[in-house]
Design a protein around this ligand. Structure first.
Ligand code: PEP
Length: 252
């Protein structure tokens, strides 16, 4: 089963509306000709309209960095799936380690957010990954198992699910999991998906790697059997780097 590579940029809390629009225009202008991977950028909420406008009519999809599970109500600071759809978005990231680390996100809330996003028809990039301490304590497999199974609880439409394996110790640190280390966890995630959804379904779900992915290490990572793309922070903020990652995705 061939899975379409997804190259996704997580802009985090970076770029104003004008800067975001300019970045997308530069990306669109520099896209390689021919077969493209799926290309996604996820800007901060306030800049979404400008980025959607700049990406209009292009192959670049736009997503959000988070979403709440309720349709509306007294949830100060949150944004609903309906609002994301209304803004023209097709994708959303859920459960990023920075949300878990700094904003009290738990396996339960990641599940609630993921379920609402999938039910709304958004392609939902669910992040899982171990911390350095967990890896050093030999807990990587159990953390991945717990986070993945809990995030997917009650989700039957796997066609909207993308899993991003992001070892926390590799995010924004310049440290990358070796391709073999990443592949080992990706294979474990594929096995969990097989257990939940069956083999055919599991073969169709994309599993991205995230953690200091850059043009220099992307080809080796993307060559691995179960690595179906990247969720990219730092290197998604500069058009030449992001375009090199798109080209690496196209070459798989
Ligand atoms: C991320 O935040 O999802 C990420 C992988 O960041 P970076 O590429 O900067 O490590």
């Amino acid at each position: 089963m061939s899975r379409r590579i997804l190259i996704a940029g997580n802009w985090k809390m970076n770029k104003t509306s004008a800067e975001g629009a300019a970045l997308v225009k530069e990306i669109v202008a520099g896209l390689p000709k021919g077969n493209l991977p799926e290309v996604l950028v996820c800007p901060p909420y306030l800049t979404i309209p400008a980025v959607v406008e700049a990406a209009k009519g292009s192959p670049v999809a736009v997503g959000a960095e988070n979403v709440h599970w309720a349709a509306s109500g007294a949830y100060t600071g949150e944004v609903s799936t309906g609002m994301l759809l209304d803004a023209g978005l097709t994708h959303v990231i859920v459960g990023h380690s920075e949300r878990r680390q700094y904003f009290g996100e738990t396996d339960e809330t990641v599940n609630l957010r993921s379920k609402a996003a999938v039910e709304a028809g958004l392609v939902t990039v669910i992040c899982v990954g171990e911390t350095l301490t967990e890896r050093e304590n030999g807990e990587t497999a159990s953390v991945i198992d717990r986070q993945t199974r809990k995030a997917l609880e009650g989700i039957s439409d796997y066609s909207k699910v993308v899993i991003a394996y992001e070892p926390v110790w590799a995010i924004g640190t310049g440290k990358t999991a070796t391709p073999d280390m990443a592949q080992e966890v990706h294979a474990q995630i594929r096995a969990i998906l097989t257990d939940i959804y069956g083999e055919t379904a599991a073969e169709s779900v994309r599993i991205l790697y995230g953690g200091s992915m850059k043009p220099a290490n992307a080809p080796e990572l993307l060559a691995k059997k179960d690595i179906d793309g990247g969720l990219i922070g730092g290197a998604s903020l500069k058009a030449p780097d992001f375009l090199a990652l798109v080209a690496a995705g196209a070459a798989v």
